[in-house]
Design a protein around this ligand. Structure first.
Ligand SMILES: Cc1cc2nc3c(=O)[nH]c(=O)nc-3n(C[C@H](O)[C@H](O)[C@H](O)COP(=O)(O)OP(=O)(O)OC[C@H]3O[C@@H](n4cnc5c(N)ncnc54)[C@H](O)[C@@H]3O)c2cc1C
Length: 383
């Protein structure tokens, strides 16, 4: 078969290599940048968090079609991702469930993929931006060449892209594929307020997104205060639930800086400290956070102090832009594909990775989904 893959990122390279394992297949990858796999280098802060031991836990993914996602994940697992990379020579290590290359270098992952592509005779055509895929007498036409199968693996518009437009958007539009409204995801959240006192400091907290139009969502860990609002992994995860509707209706993030204690216990602690003549916040929080918490609160009113510590409210204004985001949330609706990622409108055309309306939390879930989808699509093609 002649197989074309559009996009030489995680999904595209993995799908291409797997398709090319059948030696009679001719596989061509079209990549718009000067080199395939460029984005791999910037993932996981240069370490590439490849997948996660919880990679099959569907609660870690956000999608408009949860039922379809369960179907997709039947007979697919994060173990397929590990097996694939190990087969091509990558050593891995795990840290708190997150799986990294043993070298702790994202370049090892890219090298493994590019080597595997080379050894399996995958043709990679770089500096080539595909805008259109058409169909003629049972074959797909890309840049004047005919293909029996096509895999779309164009990713999203987060991170590296210079252009503001989603790179696969023209193809999506030309093929009339239905898509979910997209927005930046796994990014900082802009909030109202004066963050100068917090001076880019960090704090452990449980953060909860509250809005009238959706269920509340929480996460816990180290948050970071920035000049525009909130950042850090728990905030990134909440950003996946901040959509247009929630923003239009108004929402806020409540931070609890002592989540392991109840309100009554915290009040009791402050009462003890006050009676002992101690500074209420010393030994609990950074000086920056202490100054912020004291700012508009009567320090003698222990109920108000407790409220500030357990229910500090940050009104959400919006999300950071795509270039500061790790993923594009939303994308092509899952109703456009079957459980093997094949288009229901265009048999023989597969859609994979971040192009689809599936976004994972921080922790390797997005690369996991890109690779799982690629291997499943390629598996269907070569079966
Ligand atoms: C800074 C940063 C850090 C991240 N860290 C992690 C992490 O540690 N773990 C994790 O799970 N996720 C991480 N992510 C998210 C993860 O990188 C993506 O979800 C993943 O790369 C998606 O894979 P993909 O193959 O679908 O798309 P991509 O990897 O984006 O690949 C798409 C490729 O297609 C090419 N392309 C696009 N359109 C066209 C076209 N029309 N013609 C030709 N070529 C085209 C692009 O140039 C690109 O090379 C991170 C993202 C960023 C930005």
């Amino acid at each position: 078969m002649n197989i074309a893959v559009i996009g030489g990122g995680f999904a595209g390279l993995c799908a291409a290599v797997k398709c090319a394992e059948i030696k009679t297949n001719n596989v061509t990858v079209y990549e718009r940048q000067e080199k395939a796999g460029k984005k791999i280098l910037m993932t996981g802060n240069g370490r590439c968090n490849l997948t996660n031991a919880d990679g099959d836990d569907l609660s870690k993914y956000v999608t408009g079609d949860r039922e379809k996602l369960s179907g997709i994940y039947k007979n697919a697992s994060f173990m397929n991702v590990i097996d694939f990379f190990e087969k091509y020579g990558l050593f891995i290590r795990a840290k708190e469930g997150c799986i990294y290359p043993f070298s702790n270098k994202a370049s090892s992952v890219r090298d493994v993929l590019l080597n595997a592509a080379k050894n399996n005779n995958v043709r990679i055509i770089t500096d080539t931006y595909i805008e259109n895929v058409s169909k003629k007498t049972g074959k797909y036409i890309i840049n004047g060449s005919e293909y029996d199968r096509v895999i779309l693996a164009c990713g999203g518009k987060a991170g590296v892209y210079k252009e503001q437009e989603f790179n696969g958007f023209k193809i999506t539009k030309n093929l009339d594929l239905d898509y979910e409204y997209f927005s930046p995801g796994l990014c900082g959240v802009k909030c109202d307020g004066d963050f100068a006192l917090l001076n880019k400091s960090r704090a452990e907290a449980k953060v909860t997104l509250i809005s009238d139009s959706a269920d509340s969502v929480s996460d816990e860990g180290e948050i970071q205060f920035t000049d525009y609002g909130l950042s850090g992994i728990p905030v990134f995860n909440l950003s996946l639930y901040i959509d247009k509707k929630i923003l239009d209706n108004g929402c806020c993030i409540i931070a609890d800086f002592l989540p392991f204690m109840s309100d009554i216990e915290v009040r009791g602690l402050f009462e003890y400290k006050k009676n002992a003549g101690l500074d209420l916040f010393k030994g609990l929080f950074t000086d920056e956070l202490a100054a912020y918490l004291k700012k508009d609160t009567d320090i003698n009113d222990l109920n108000a102090v407790t409220k500030g510590v357990k229910h500090q409210t940050f009104k959400v204004k919006g999300l950071k832009e795509y270039k500061a985001a790790q993923v594009m949330k939303g994308g092509i609706r899952l109703s456009e594909i079957n459980d093997n990622f094949e288009s229901v409108k265009y048999p023989g055309l597969y859609i994979t990775g971040e192009m689809l309306d599936v976004t994972g939390h921080c922790g390797g879930y997005n690369i996991n989904f890109a690779v799982v989808s690629a291997l499943k699509a390629a598996g269907d093609i070569i079966k």
